[in-house]
Design a protein around this ligand. Structure first.
Ligand code: NAD
Length: 473
């Protein structure tokens, strides 16, 4: 990205201002909602091999209008203060959009995880957690991190272990200090897939919207839509495979760090994920062709682009060459404000990050609730429901004199497990939030895109919290 282009934080601010200018909240309130409340920048030494390395890291709490604050931890050599601030701000708006009662936060450690072995990464993660504990930047009622780019359940396990060891039994809800933990360590079923699954539910809703599909010349529905995915990490791999397996979409291109592959007939996502695990590359995947320039993934002929890697991937330098009619921002900030202007002029539908990738924080919320209640979802009501449905089927059989088949009975007479409840709660959340955004988009004449509508939805909710608290009149 050239220096002339808007930075990630500039883009977030420009998008915020565009929405705020259409609203009539007092300017002081708007400034408070936009401002970043607390920034903790730290440098700490870690002994790696025979040497000490000084690691730069951040935790930013953008807004404490609701507590705890919430946001992932990113491990990447690109991490810098502006980026973490932008990501923390997006978390505030994301939580508001999906009615998750948290403020926004984000953490970043400026390392390339590929450059370290597991032992070194564990040392860095534990030391970072200690820094957060020292400054009261972590805790189930204060600030709750989660995975993000470059981190996963393994890092969250190290964090919860460091935190609970430090608290030494003095905090009954200590395991709620972080989400995205392994399921056997107080995590929740369905968290790993949650962001990608949320992308699927959100994209499906948008593609089902008949007037909008008519406007861009697509048939409503996901079945048969062609999709290109950038980034085969946590978010991109689940988003791609669920859109393919449950939505009937065809993945015609995938871009990763090692290059971009295409196959107009479709790339089987599950096989590709296994292939990359084994071969450490997507290049050479049977039936696919590598394209000359990795960055040309944006030019591939398709209906939908799913950028799921990093911010600023679609910028004013490549926006004009995009053929897709829909962009689902699975990553945070993948489309710069300059690119967005070009794309909106072309009529492209951009489904904004702070809505479409909110599945992760939604299921993190469920995990946090599970940790506070000290009980898995479904434990109290699964058998009760099973018995009630069973009685109902018996009653119908008796009254009609007809027997329900064994197979049908096993489908009907089934209480929900944790994974069923998590998926159902996530689906409900993504659908409800989209309808709120779409209502604003349809009803307010000056709102011309989903991002502005999403910001209006979020700003209104945060503003309402501040006024209810009496902070602003
Ligand atoms: P990840 O580390 O699991 O995967 C990212 C993938 O992108 C990696 O495989 C990496 O090799 C690839 N990549 C990096 N640069 C690339 C490039 N230039 N071209 C092609 N591929 C590239 O990260 P993730 O957790 O999937 O996060 C991806 C994005 O989604 C980030 O923007 C993150 O903030 C956002 N996000 C993640 C979550 C979550 O729950 N993990 C939630 C919301 C948003």
């Amino acid at each position: 990205m050239s220096s002339k282009q808007a930075s990630f934080l500039d883009s977030v601010h420009r998008n915020f201002d565009k929405a705020a200018d259409l609203m009539d909240h007092p300017s002081g309130l708007i400034s408070q909602i936009k401002a970043c409340n607390s920034i903790y920048e730290m440098n700490f030494p870690v002994k790696i091999g025979n040497k000490y390395e000084v690691i730069k890291a951040f935790r930013v709490q953008h807004s404490q209008h609701r507590l705890p604050t919430k946001g992932g931890i990113r491990f990447s050599s690109y991490v810098n203060k502006d980026e973490v601030q932008a990501l923390a701000a997006l978390m505030t708006f994301k939580c508001a959009i999906v009615d998750v009662p948290f403020g926004g936060a984000k953490g970043g450690v400026a390392i390339s995880p590929r450059a370290y072995n597991a032992e070194a990464l564990e040392k860095i993660t534990r030391r970072y957690t200690m820094e957060l504990i020292r400054k009261n930047f972590i805790g189930p009622s204060v600030d709750v991190p989660a995975p993000d780019y470059g981190t996963g359940s393994r890092e969250m396990a190290w964090i919860v272990d460091t935190y609970t060891t430090f608290k030494n039994g003095s905090e009954i809800d200590a395991v709620g200090c972080v989400t995205g933990k392994p399921v056997h360590l107080n995590g929740i079923q369905g968290r790993t897939e949650a962001t990608g699954r949320g992308v699927y539910y959100g994209l499906r809703e948008v593609l089902l919207d008949e007037p909008e599909m008519k406007r861009i010349g697509l048939e409503p529905g996901m079945e048969g839509k062609t999709i290109v995915v950038q980034g085969l990490g946590n978010v991109g791999s689940y988003a791609g495979s669920i859109c393919q397996n449950e939505g009937g979409a065809i993945i015609v291109g995938v871009s990763e760090i090692e290059g971009t592959i295409v196959n107009p007939k479709g790339i089987d996502m599950d096989k590709l994920i296994k292939y990359r695990k084994a071969k450490k590359t997507i290049i050479g995947f049977p039936g696919s062709k590598k394209i000359a320039t990795r960055e040309d993934w944006v030019k591939i002929d398709c209906d939908v682009l799913i950028p799921a890697a990093l911010e600023s991937q679609i910028h004013k330098g490549n926006a004009k060459s995009i053929k897709a009619k829909v962009i689902a921002e699975a990553a945070n900030g993948p489309v710069t404000a300059d690119a967005e202007k070009i794309l909106l002029k072309k009529g492209v539908v951009i489904i904004p990050d702070m809505y479409i990738n909110a599945g992760g924080v939604t299921v993190s919320y469920f995990e946090w609730l599970k940790n506070l209640s000290h009980m898995r979802f479904g434990r109290m009501d699964k058998r009760f429901n099973q018995n009630a449905y069973g009685n109902l089927v018996d009653l119908i059989e008796r009254n009609t004199g007809k027997a329900v088949t064994k197979r049908d009975k096993s489908i009907i007479v089934r209480g929900a497990d944790e994974i069923d409840l998590v998926r159902s709660g996530l689906e409900e959340t993504m659908i409800t939030a989209f309808h709120q955004i779409r209502d604003i988009y349809r009803r307010r004449k000056k709102v011309e895109d989903y991002r502005t509508a999403a910001f209006i939805s979020a700003i209104d909710k945060v503003a309402s919290d501040y006024t209810t608290m009496g902070v602003f009149p």
